[in-house]
Design a protein around this ligand. Structure first.
Ligand SMILES: Cc1ncc(COP(=O)(O)O)c(C=O)c1O
Length: 386
Protein backbone atom coordinates (compact mmCIF):
# COMPACT_ATOMS: atom_id res chain seq x y z
CA UNK A 1 0.00 0.00 0.00
CA UNK A 2 1.25 3.54 -0.79
CA UNK A 3 2.92 5.35 2.12
CA UNK A 4 1.01 8.61 1.70
CA UNK A 5 2.86 10.38 4.50
CA UNK A 6 6.27 9.64 2.94
CA UNK A 7 5.08 10.61 -0.56
CA UNK A 8 3.66 13.95 0.58
CA UNK A 9 6.72 14.73 2.71
CA UNK A 10 9.01 13.98 -0.23
CA UNK A 11 7.33 16.35 -2.67
CA UNK A 12 5.88 19.27 -0.67
CA UNK A 13 7.60 22.03 1.28
CA UNK A 14 7.87 21.16 4.99
CA UNK A 15 5.88 24.25 6.05
CA UNK A 16 3.47 22.34 8.32
CA UNK A 17 4.24 20.07 11.27
CA UNK A 18 1.53 17.50 10.52
CA UNK A 19 0.33 14.59 12.63
CA UNK A 20 0.75 11.17 10.97
CA UNK A 21 -2.80 11.04 9.57
CA UNK A 22 -3.82 10.98 5.88
CA UNK A 23 -7.53 11.78 5.61
CA UNK A 24 -9.58 10.53 2.69
CA UNK A 25 -13.24 10.98 3.62
CA UNK A 26 -15.53 13.06 5.83
CA UNK A 27 -19.17 13.12 6.87
CA UNK A 28 -20.60 15.45 9.50
CA UNK A 29 -18.29 15.66 12.51
CA UNK A 30 -16.39 12.52 11.42
CA UNK A 31 -13.41 11.95 9.13
CA UNK A 32 -11.65 8.73 8.08
CA UNK A 33 -8.01 8.10 7.27
CA UNK A 34 -6.53 6.03 4.47
CA UNK A 35 -6.49 2.96 6.75
CA UNK A 36 -10.20 3.32 7.50
CA UNK A 37 -9.70 4.70 11.02
CA UNK A 38 -12.47 7.06 12.18
CA UNK A 39 -11.86 10.37 14.00
CA UNK A 40 -14.27 12.77 15.67
CA UNK A 41 -13.18 16.12 14.21
CA UNK A 42 -13.50 18.76 16.93
CA UNK A 43 -10.83 20.78 15.07
CA UNK A 44 -13.51 21.23 12.39
CA UNK A 45 -11.19 20.92 9.40
CA UNK A 46 -9.16 23.95 10.60
CA UNK A 47 -12.21 26.07 11.46
CA UNK A 48 -13.67 25.54 7.98
CA UNK A 49 -16.26 22.75 8.37
CA UNK A 50 -18.94 24.97 9.93
CA UNK A 51 -21.68 22.64 8.61
CA UNK A 52 -19.66 19.46 9.13
CA UNK A 53 -17.71 17.65 6.44
CA UNK A 54 -19.33 17.26 3.02
CA UNK A 55 -22.64 18.93 4.00
CA UNK A 56 -25.01 17.39 1.44
CA UNK A 57 -26.70 20.64 0.40
CA UNK A 58 -23.37 22.35 -0.33
CA UNK A 59 -21.97 19.26 -2.08
CA UNK A 60 -25.07 19.06 -4.27
CA UNK A 61 -24.94 22.80 -5.09
CA UNK A 62 -21.25 22.52 -6.05
CA UNK A 63 -21.90 19.40 -8.15
CA UNK A 64 -24.70 21.09 -10.02
CA UNK A 65 -22.71 24.29 -10.59
CA UNK A 66 -19.61 22.36 -11.70
CA UNK A 67 -21.61 20.77 -14.50
CA UNK A 68 -23.15 24.09 -15.59
CA UNK A 69 -20.32 26.66 -15.52
CA UNK A 70 -17.23 25.81 -13.50
CA UNK A 71 -15.68 29.25 -13.72
CA UNK A 72 -15.80 32.69 -15.15
CA UNK A 73 -14.17 35.73 -13.60
CA UNK A 74 -15.49 39.18 -12.67
CA UNK A 75 -14.96 40.12 -16.31
CA UNK A 76 -18.65 39.14 -16.63
CA UNK A 77 -21.80 39.24 -14.50
CA UNK A 78 -23.04 36.03 -12.88
CA UNK A 79 -26.45 35.23 -11.36
CA UNK A 80 -24.96 32.90 -8.75
CA UNK A 81 -22.43 35.59 -7.71
CA UNK A 82 -25.17 38.21 -7.50
CA UNK A 83 -27.31 35.89 -5.34
CA UNK A 84 -24.43 34.92 -3.06
CA UNK A 85 -23.51 38.59 -2.52
CA UNK A 86 -27.15 39.52 -1.86
CA UNK A 87 -27.45 36.70 0.68
CA UNK A 88 -24.24 37.76 2.43
CA UNK A 89 -25.20 41.43 2.55
CA UNK A 90 -28.67 40.52 3.86
CA UNK A 91 -27.07 38.82 6.88
CA UNK A 92 -24.70 41.74 7.58
CA UNK A 93 -25.56 45.04 9.27
CA UNK A 94 -27.31 47.59 7.03
CA UNK A 95 -24.23 49.81 6.84
CA UNK A 96 -22.13 47.03 5.26
CA UNK A 97 -23.86 46.94 1.91
CA UNK A 98 -21.15 45.76 -0.51
CA UNK A 99 -18.95 42.68 -0.93
CA UNK A 100 -15.54 42.13 -2.52
CA UNK A 101 -14.94 38.44 -3.29
CA UNK A 102 -11.52 36.85 -3.02
CA UNK A 103 -10.11 33.43 -2.19
CA UNK A 104 -8.66 33.33 1.32
CA UNK A 105 -8.43 35.07 4.67
CA UNK A 106 -5.11 36.72 4.03
CA UNK A 107 -6.32 38.07 0.69
CA UNK A 108 -9.41 39.49 2.37
CA UNK A 109 -7.25 41.26 4.97
CA UNK A 110 -4.83 42.44 2.29
CA UNK A 111 -7.80 43.98 0.45
CA UNK A 112 -9.21 45.57 3.61
CA UNK A 113 -5.84 47.17 4.43
CA UNK A 114 -5.50 48.47 0.88
CA UNK A 115 -9.03 49.93 0.99
CA UNK A 116 -8.25 51.61 4.33
CA UNK A 117 -5.06 53.18 2.98
CA UNK A 118 -6.69 54.31 -0.24
CA UNK A 119 -9.72 55.84 1.43
CA UNK A 120 -7.81 57.67 4.20
CA UNK A 121 -4.64 58.57 2.30
CA UNK A 122 -2.73 57.38 5.39
CA UNK A 123 -0.32 54.49 5.76
CA UNK A 124 0.24 53.27 9.32
CA UNK A 125 -1.75 50.35 10.77
CA UNK A 126 -2.53 49.71 14.42
CA UNK A 127 -2.73 46.00 15.32
CA UNK A 128 -2.80 43.98 18.52
CA UNK A 129 -0.32 41.83 20.37
CA UNK A 130 -1.46 38.25 19.86
CA UNK A 131 -3.38 38.92 16.63
CA UNK A 132 -3.16 36.72 13.51
CA UNK A 133 -4.19 38.00 10.09
CA UNK A 134 -2.36 35.90 7.51
CA UNK A 135 0.94 35.37 5.73
CA UNK A 136 1.03 37.67 2.69
CA UNK A 137 3.09 40.79 3.33
CA UNK A 138 0.31 43.27 4.17
CA UNK A 139 -1.55 40.87 6.48
CA UNK A 140 1.75 39.59 7.85
CA UNK A 141 2.69 43.11 8.91
CA UNK A 142 -0.41 43.11 11.16
CA UNK A 143 0.23 39.58 12.48
CA UNK A 144 1.91 39.49 15.88
CA UNK A 145 5.12 37.54 16.38
CA UNK A 146 8.80 37.87 15.57
CA UNK A 147 8.87 34.32 14.24
CA UNK A 148 6.53 35.32 11.41
CA UNK A 149 8.33 38.58 10.59
CA UNK A 150 12.04 38.00 10.94
CA UNK A 151 13.15 37.39 7.33
CA UNK A 152 10.84 40.07 5.88
CA UNK A 153 11.25 42.94 8.33
CA UNK A 154 12.74 45.29 5.72
CA UNK A 155 9.73 45.09 3.38
CA UNK A 156 6.82 45.01 5.85
CA UNK A 157 4.58 48.08 6.10
CA UNK A 158 4.73 49.95 9.41
CA UNK A 159 2.59 48.65 12.28
CA UNK A 160 2.07 50.06 15.76
CA UNK A 161 1.43 47.29 18.28
CA UNK A 162 -0.93 47.72 21.20
CA UNK A 163 -2.11 45.32 23.93
CA UNK A 164 -5.43 43.59 23.15
CA UNK A 165 -8.29 44.84 25.32
CA UNK A 166 -6.71 48.18 26.28
CA UNK A 167 -8.46 51.05 24.52
CA UNK A 168 -6.20 53.67 26.17
CA UNK A 169 -3.22 52.30 24.24
CA UNK A 170 -5.18 52.54 20.98
CA UNK A 171 -6.04 56.14 21.74
CA UNK A 172 -2.35 56.92 22.24
CA UNK A 173 -1.35 55.07 19.06
CA UNK A 174 -3.76 57.17 17.01
CA UNK A 175 -2.18 60.49 17.95
CA UNK A 176 -0.42 61.89 14.89
CA UNK A 177 -3.16 61.37 12.30
CA UNK A 178 -1.20 59.03 10.04
CA UNK A 179 -3.06 55.83 10.96
CA UNK A 180 -5.19 54.33 8.18
CA UNK A 181 -6.69 51.40 10.08
CA UNK A 182 -7.12 49.55 13.34
CA UNK A 183 -7.36 45.82 12.63
CA UNK A 184 -8.30 43.11 15.12
CA UNK A 185 -9.67 39.61 15.51
CA UNK A 186 -12.63 40.32 17.82
CA UNK A 187 -11.82 37.02 19.53
CA UNK A 188 -8.11 36.31 19.17
CA UNK A 189 -8.04 32.68 18.16
CA UNK A 190 -4.51 31.49 17.45
CA UNK A 191 -3.26 33.08 20.65
CA UNK A 192 -5.65 30.94 22.71
CA UNK A 193 -9.25 32.31 22.40
CA UNK A 194 -9.08 35.72 24.05
CA UNK A 195 -12.05 38.08 24.16
CA UNK A 196 -12.17 41.65 25.51
CA UNK A 197 -15.04 43.29 27.42
CA UNK A 198 -17.75 44.94 25.23
CA UNK A 199 -16.61 48.44 26.17
CA UNK A 200 -13.26 47.79 24.43
CA UNK A 201 -14.91 47.25 21.01
CA UNK A 202 -17.29 50.16 21.60
CA UNK A 203 -14.36 52.43 22.51
CA UNK A 204 -12.53 51.39 19.32
CA UNK A 205 -15.57 52.41 17.27
CA UNK A 206 -15.75 55.76 19.04
CA UNK A 207 -11.98 56.43 18.69
CA UNK A 208 -11.96 55.47 15.00
CA UNK A 209 -14.99 57.69 14.31
CA UNK A 210 -13.34 60.62 16.04
CA UNK A 211 -10.01 60.24 14.22
CA UNK A 212 -11.29 59.21 10.79
CA UNK A 213 -9.59 55.82 11.10
CA UNK A 214 -10.96 52.69 9.40
CA UNK A 215 -12.01 49.95 11.84
CA UNK A 216 -11.43 46.43 10.44
CA UNK A 217 -12.77 43.32 12.15
CA UNK A 218 -10.98 40.21 10.92
CA UNK A 219 -13.81 37.69 11.26
CA UNK A 220 -12.07 34.95 9.30
CA UNK A 221 -12.65 32.66 12.30
CA UNK A 222 -15.46 34.37 14.22
CA UNK A 223 -17.68 35.18 11.24
CA UNK A 224 -20.47 33.32 9.42
CA UNK A 225 -22.39 32.59 12.61
CA UNK A 226 -19.67 30.67 14.42
CA UNK A 227 -20.02 32.68 17.65
CA UNK A 228 -23.83 32.62 17.66
CA UNK A 229 -24.27 35.88 15.74
CA UNK A 230 -23.57 36.23 12.02
CA UNK A 231 -20.79 38.74 12.81
CA UNK A 232 -19.14 39.27 16.19
CA UNK A 233 -19.98 43.00 16.28
CA UNK A 234 -23.64 42.09 16.91
CA UNK A 235 -22.69 40.82 20.40
CA UNK A 236 -21.30 44.24 21.38
CA UNK A 237 -23.36 46.62 19.24
CA UNK A 238 -20.46 47.65 16.99
CA UNK A 239 -20.43 47.87 13.18
CA UNK A 240 -16.89 48.08 11.78
CA UNK A 241 -16.11 49.80 8.46
CA UNK A 242 -14.72 46.60 6.95
CA UNK A 243 -15.21 42.94 7.91
CA UNK A 244 -13.12 40.14 6.46
CA UNK A 245 -14.42 36.58 6.10
CA UNK A 246 -13.07 33.27 4.81
CA UNK A 247 -12.77 29.76 6.37
CA UNK A 248 -16.43 28.75 7.03
CA UNK A 249 -17.91 30.92 4.30
CA UNK A 250 -17.85 28.19 1.64
CA UNK A 251 -18.17 25.27 4.10
CA UNK A 252 -14.97 23.81 2.61
CA UNK A 253 -14.74 25.43 -0.79
CA UNK A 254 -12.02 28.14 -0.77
CA UNK A 255 -13.50 31.63 -0.67
CA UNK A 256 -12.82 34.94 1.05
CA UNK A 257 -14.82 38.15 1.24
CA UNK A 258 -14.62 41.71 2.49
CA UNK A 259 -17.84 43.35 3.65
CA UNK A 260 -17.46 47.05 2.89
CA UNK A 261 -19.30 50.04 4.35
CA UNK A 262 -21.31 52.12 1.93
CA UNK A 263 -19.09 55.13 2.70
CA UNK A 264 -15.91 53.30 1.66
CA UNK A 265 -17.63 51.56 -1.27
CA UNK A 266 -18.44 54.98 -2.74
CA UNK A 267 -14.71 55.76 -3.02
CA UNK A 268 -13.87 52.61 -5.02
CA UNK A 269 -13.42 52.73 -8.80
CA UNK A 270 -12.95 50.02 -11.47
CA UNK A 271 -9.40 48.69 -11.35
CA UNK A 272 -8.75 49.57 -7.69
CA UNK A 273 -8.60 45.88 -6.68
CA UNK A 274 -8.97 42.56 -8.44
CA UNK A 275 -8.32 38.82 -8.43
CA UNK A 276 -9.01 36.30 -11.19
CA UNK A 277 -10.64 33.62 -9.08
CA UNK A 278 -12.57 35.82 -6.59
CA UNK A 279 -16.31 35.36 -7.10
CA UNK A 280 -15.91 32.24 -9.25
CA UNK A 281 -19.12 30.27 -9.77
CA UNK A 282 -18.12 27.18 -7.84
CA UNK A 283 -17.27 29.19 -4.71
CA UNK A 284 -20.41 31.30 -5.11
CA UNK A 285 -22.63 28.22 -5.33
CA UNK A 286 -21.00 26.98 -2.11
CA UNK A 287 -21.51 30.33 -0.33
CA UNK A 288 -25.16 30.51 -1.39
CA UNK A 289 -25.86 27.00 -0.10
CA UNK A 290 -23.84 27.55 3.11
CA UNK A 291 -25.70 30.73 4.05
CA UNK A 292 -29.05 29.16 3.22
CA UNK A 293 -28.40 26.19 5.51
CA UNK A 294 -27.03 28.41 8.29
CA UNK A 295 -30.28 30.36 8.38
CA UNK A 296 -32.81 27.59 7.60
CA UNK A 297 -31.37 25.21 10.19
CA UNK A 298 -31.08 28.02 12.79
CA UNK A 299 -27.45 27.10 13.41
CA UNK A 300 -26.59 30.41 15.07
CA UNK A 301 -28.97 29.49 17.89
CA UNK A 302 -27.39 26.04 17.99
CA UNK A 303 -23.92 27.67 18.38
CA UNK A 304 -24.74 29.00 21.85
CA UNK A 305 -26.17 25.66 23.03
CA UNK A 306 -23.15 23.82 21.65
CA UNK A 307 -20.79 26.06 23.62
CA UNK A 308 -22.80 25.64 26.82
CA UNK A 309 -22.80 21.84 26.57
CA UNK A 310 -19.07 21.70 25.84
CA UNK A 311 -18.20 24.24 28.55
CA UNK A 312 -20.31 22.46 31.20
CA UNK A 313 -18.55 19.21 30.36
CA UNK A 314 -15.08 20.76 30.52
CA UNK A 315 -15.80 22.47 33.83
CA UNK A 316 -16.70 19.10 35.30
CA UNK A 317 -13.44 17.56 34.05
CA UNK A 318 -10.39 17.40 36.30
CA UNK A 319 -7.36 19.09 34.72
CA UNK A 320 -9.33 21.89 33.02
CA UNK A 321 -8.42 25.32 34.41
CA UNK A 322 -10.55 27.60 32.22
CA UNK A 323 -12.95 27.49 29.26
CA UNK A 324 -13.24 30.54 26.99
CA UNK A 325 -14.99 31.49 23.78
CA UNK A 326 -18.40 31.49 22.18
CA UNK A 327 -20.36 29.08 20.03
CA UNK A 328 -18.09 26.87 17.96
CA UNK A 329 -14.87 28.68 18.93
CA UNK A 330 -13.64 27.27 22.23
CA UNK A 331 -10.40 27.58 24.18
CA UNK A 332 -9.66 25.05 26.93
CA UNK A 333 -6.80 25.89 29.27
CA UNK A 334 -5.32 22.89 31.05
CA UNK A 335 -3.22 22.42 34.17
CA UNK A 336 -0.52 20.85 31.94
CA UNK A 337 1.04 21.28 28.49
CA UNK A 338 -1.58 20.93 25.75
CA UNK A 339 0.40 19.25 22.90
CA UNK A 340 0.73 15.81 24.60
CA UNK A 341 -3.01 15.92 25.38
CA UNK A 342 -3.77 16.76 21.75
CA UNK A 343 -1.63 13.79 20.63
CA UNK A 344 -3.26 11.44 23.15
CA UNK A 345 -6.71 12.57 21.97
CA UNK A 346 -5.72 11.75 18.39
CA UNK A 347 -4.67 8.29 19.54
CA UNK A 348 -8.14 8.04 21.12
CA UNK A 349 -9.73 8.99 17.78
CA UNK A 350 -10.38 12.70 18.37
CA UNK A 351 -8.88 15.67 16.47
CA UNK A 352 -8.45 18.98 18.35
CA UNK A 353 -6.19 22.00 17.78
CA UNK A 354 -3.36 23.52 19.74
CA UNK A 355 -2.77 27.25 20.07
CA UNK A 356 -0.05 29.81 20.66
CA UNK A 357 -0.50 29.18 24.41
CA UNK A 358 1.33 26.06 25.49
CA UNK A 359 -1.42 25.13 27.98
CA UNK A 360 -4.43 25.75 25.73
CA UNK A 361 -6.34 23.58 23.24
CA UNK A 362 -8.57 25.13 20.59
CA UNK A 363 -11.78 23.54 19.39
CA UNK A 364 -13.66 24.71 16.29
CA UNK A 365 -16.41 22.07 16.00
CA UNK A 366 -19.06 22.14 13.28
CA UNK A 367 -22.24 23.83 14.50
CA UNK A 368 -23.99 20.65 13.37
CA UNK A 369 -22.15 18.53 15.99
CA UNK A 370 -24.88 16.59 17.80
CA UNK A 371 -25.37 16.40 21.58
CA UNK A 372 -24.49 12.70 21.41
CA UNK A 373 -21.21 13.54 19.64
CA UNK A 374 -20.44 16.23 22.23
CA UNK A 375 -21.02 13.75 25.05
CA UNK A 376 -18.92 11.09 23.31
CA UNK A 377 -16.12 13.64 22.86
CA UNK A 378 -16.30 14.81 26.51
CA UNK A 379 -16.11 11.20 27.71
CA UNK A 380 -13.00 10.52 25.65
CA UNK A 381 -11.51 13.87 26.70
CA UNK A 382 -12.01 13.09 30.40
CA UNK A 383 -10.48 9.63 29.93
CA UNK A 384 -7.39 11.11 28.28
CA UNK A 385 -6.94 13.75 30.99
CA UNK A 386 -7.37 11.14 33.71
C1 LIG B 1 -8.13 35.34 12.12
C2 LIG B 1 -7.46 34.92 10.86
N1 LIG B 1 -7.26 35.81 9.90
C3 LIG B 1 -6.68 35.48 8.73
C4 LIG B 1 -6.25 34.20 8.48
C5 LIG B 1 -5.62 33.85 7.18
O1 LIG B 1 -6.51 33.10 6.43
P1 LIG B 1 -6.00 32.18 5.21
O2 LIG B 1 -5.21 31.07 5.82
O3 LIG B 1 -7.26 31.72 4.54
O4 LIG B 1 -5.17 33.06 4.36
C6 LIG B 1 -6.43 33.21 9.46
C7 LIG B 1 -5.98 31.83 9.23
O5 LIG B 1 -5.89 31.01 10.10
C8 LIG B 1 -7.06 33.58 10.68
O6 LIG B 1 -7.26 32.69 11.65
Amino acid sequence: MTDWLALEDAVTLPTYAKPPVALVRGEGTRVWDADGREYLDVYGGHCVALLGHCPPRVVEAVRRQAGRLLFYSNAVYSPVRAEAAAALVALAPDALGRVFWCNSGTEANETALKLARATTGRSRVVAFAGGFHGRTLGSLAATWGEKYHAPYASVLPETTWVPFGWEGAVEEALVGEDVAAVILEPIQSMSGITEAPPRFYQALREICDRTGTVLIFDEVQTGVGRTGAFLYGEHVGVTPDLVTLAKSLGAGVPVGAVLVSDAIAETVRPGDQGTTFGGGMLAMAAVRATLAQLVEDDLMTRAAALFERLAAGFRATGGVVEVRGRGGLVGVTLDRPAPPVRDALREAGVLVGGSGRADTLRLMPPLTMTDAEVDDFLERFAAVLA
